[in-house]
Design a protein around this ligand. Sequence first.
Ligand SMILES: Cc1ncc(COP(=O)(O)O)c(C=O)c1O
Length: 408
Amino acid sequence: MEKIKEVYGIKTVVSDKEVDYLPAFLSQEEIKSVRNFHATIEGYKATPLVSLDDLAKGLGVSRIYVKDESYRFGLNAFKGLGATYAIAKLLCEKLDVDINSISFDYLKSPEVAERIKDMVFVTATDGNHGRAVAWAATQLGCKSIVYMPKGSSIRRLQHIKDAGADVSITDVNYDEAVRIAKRKAEEIGGYVIQDTAWEGYEKVPNWICQGYTTMASEAIDQMKLDGITKPTHLFLQAGVGSFAGAVLGYYANVFKGELPITTIVEPENAATIYKSALTNDGEPHAVTGDLETIMAGLACGEPNVVTWEILRDFAKAYVSCPDYVAARGMRILANPVDNDKKVISGESGAVGLGLVSLLLEREELKELKDQLQLDENSVILCFSTEGDTDPEHYNKVVYDGKNPSPFE
Ligand SMILES: Cc1ncc(COP(=O)(O)O)c(C=O)c1O
């Protein structure tokens, strides 16, 4: 691991690792049922893959693709992919059926409803995951209980409530809220549907990660329509790292030795993957405290212990970003260049593109740009994992210029 010079608060560690394994639970064989299952959910449609050609031209690269997850299942974020798949797998176990032989409608049918109606799903969330769990549970006729960390957005709470959950904002951070959810589930005989893994709790989060691969596989199919077989670069934001680990682990299986050069992006006050990479003893390292950042979805201090290993072994760079990087990404995506399409991207969705823009524009970041081999042939893929899930804050950033960049 090599630490490179800090620029405008952006801290980076780069790695030169070569590994000779592939994450088995994200193999094409393992995940082949995932997209088929998602396709049975009413309202399923591949989300747009936006090619920002004029932005790419201006920034001197071949392509910049942004997968716009604000369109996913009407939930304004990607998390429905994980929650639906994990809950479906759990129900398949309970009902002793194969996921390949059932549809979401089957799980909603009266005969199944009768058998699962007393199940309660419990989770902790910064917003998006909890809304997805509540949305899925309600459709299945089940109850959901959702805990949010202190300082959570009231709008996000309202969305979860509207989706049918018993939801509350706690006075603890995300990682503690996860422990509250776990205790509650134990107490009432509920089922923890958590989007992060810890020692002894891996099955459900692994299903959630498998669920996330749908957007990664859609993106590849969509690029093929442009004659492009794979991105050269990935910029993946991380909270606990399940999303980034799922996409990276899946692409490792798909592209084998030809993996895109991958950068993991985090908020500076919750940069647990960055801290773990920097510590460089192979272990995940937690960040504690309030984890204050505008990127609420990424405000997690303890990594998913399963996906941490994927991020450790397959990523090239780990970047800790001040909030202005996300705000810049939101503003760029909200103000498209020439014929580019607008993407409404929320705080946790836009940080990757924000970093890309800085790497390609700011001479001071040349060392990292060179390390990543970004040049005119680069095909960059970012995932805008949420839309304006907190519209008031979105407007403060995009209309009022909140969190300005630190340079002229
Ligand atoms: C919009 C958004 N993007 C990215 C993430 C990060 O996902 P993970 O916690 O799996 O790293 C989250 C998590 O809540 C999120 O809500």
